[in-house]
Design a protein around this ligand. Structure first.
Ligand SMILES: NC(=O)c1ccc[n+]([C@@H]2O[C@H](COP(=O)([O-])OP(=O)(O)OC[C@H]3O[C@@H](n4cnc5c(N)ncnc54)[C@H](OP(=O)(O)O)[C@@H]3O)[C@@H](O)[C@H]2O)c1
Length: 215
């Protein structure tokens, strides 16, 4: 009755289903549901990340400057959700800046990779959506943090293996509040199960199962 999708199927799926508004806005599908005659498509990645953000950090995005690193599929889901939270501003960074440029909406901008340290501000939110630092290349970091961070920086990495990544460990050591990708993985699954069955599972047992499987 339902299928959870990952790369490279998240875009291919559009030609095989009726996408939800959310999936169309993001441009990617991460779950399918059989409706008796065909497939409905949906995306729970962005909402899963936002659920994790609220559950683990107990704060809001409203009024914060947001720096988003990356421009792939996961980034599009994050952008969609961040835009709905009234951030103070949105700045994108990507190794291939043209890909980030293509995602911009009015009022947003792309900054040079090397300007990352100077774009950091007190209370800003940094969301790292690239695959740099993911197992088996856990010694890599996407961007260097400056020696001293402004106060109140929140650093999020979507990677869940390893969790935390080296980049996130460095942020925590410099005083940032941090969020790894485990909560997003758990909550996108919770939202998918709810969409398939109408029942919303609790996060704690799913988190425990994830921790067990990542050992
Ligand atoms: N926690 C969760 O539930 C969850 C859900 C979805 C995704 N994720 C994670 O999010 C990450 C990205 O997934 P995705 O689907 O967005 O992948 P994707 O569409 O392939 O995008 C990859 C991104 O990483 C950048 N990148 C790759 N290698 C790089 C390098 N060596 N240096 C600098 N930038 C590099 C790419 O930049 P270019 O544009 O320059 O190529 C692009 O911005 C993965 O680690 C995935 O596991 C986690």
């Amino acid at each position: 009755m339902g299928i959870n999708l990952t790369l490279p199927l998240k875009e291919v799926a559009f030609s095989h289903c009726q996408p939800s508004q959310e999936a169309s806005a993001i441009g990617a599908i991460n779950c399918l549901r059989w409706n008796g005659q065909g497939w409905d498509g949906h995306n729970t990645d962005g909402q899963g990340w936002l659920d994790s953000f609220h559950e683990e950090l107990a704060t809001t995005i409203q009024g914060r400057k947001v720096l988003v690193v990356g421009a792939g599929g996961a980034c599009r889901a994050i952008l969609h959700k961040v835009r709905g939270q009234q951030p103070a501003g949105l700045v994108l960074f990507n190794r291939t800046p043209e890909r980030a440029q293509a995602l911009l909406q009015p009022g947003e901008r792309v900054a040079a990779w090397t300007d990352f340290p100077t774009e950091l501000e007190p209370d800003c939110l940094v969301v790292q959506t690239t695959s740099v630092g993911m197992w088996p290349h856990q010694e890599q970091i996407p961007l260097e943090w400056p020696d001293a961070l402004p106060s109140g920086v929140i650093a999020c990495d979507l990677i869940y293996n390893p969790s935390p990544t080296l980049w996130l460990q460095q942020a925590a050591a410099k005083g940032a509040l941090t969020l790894d990708g485990c909560g997003m993985l758990v909550h996108q699954a919770i939202r998918a199960i709810e969409w398939w069955t109408g029942q919303k599972p609790e996060s704690a047992p799913m988190r425990a199962a994830l921790q067990q499987s990542l050992k």
